[in-house]
Write a protein that binds this ligand. Structure first.
Ligand code: CO
Length: 133
């Protein structure tokens, strides 16, 4: 069901500064930058072989990323894995008692379908399921 790591999400306070660090200092390849008003986030993706790094800056204190920054500070916020079918994975996990943040998929970058699994069920890691279009 779980195919591979799609990306690692890193919460940052200032996306422009973080892009400067990852691209210009560390040498990661910047792929795309998005403003996601529905999710109150600014996002940058860097390619890293077959997987990617996602930097996330909250645009509102109500964003879950803002809450993460307030309690944990900057750092790895979620792990995203590829699945063939998000709905089927949600149903399978629900039947096994896994706690989900999203009981229905939502729309991610590039038409991806995504859903989050609660850290309660993953030993403390917010897990994002990603289905590519
Ligand atoms: Co993500």
């Amino acid at each position: 069901m779980i195919d591979a790591i799609d990306h690692i999400g890193i919460a940052v306070k200032d996306l422009d500064e973080a892009i400067h660090v990852y691209r210009d200092v560390l040498g990661f390849k910047l792929e795309e930058v998005h403003t996601f008003n529905e999710r109150m986030l600014k996002i940058a993706f860097f390619s890293l072989g077959e997987s990617r790094i996602e930097l996330l800056q909250p645009l509102s204190p109500d964003s879950t990323v803002a809450k993460f920054l307030a309690t944990r500070g900057e750092g790895i916020q979620h792990l995203a894995v590829k699945v063939k079918n998000v709905e089927a994975t949600i149903e399978e996990f629900k039947s096994k008692g896994v706690v989900l943040v999203d009981e229905k998929p939502r729309l991610g970058v590039g038409g991806n379908k995504i859903a989050f699994v609660h850290p309660k069920s993953t030993r403390g890691v917010l897990l994002e399921l990603v289905e590519k279009p």
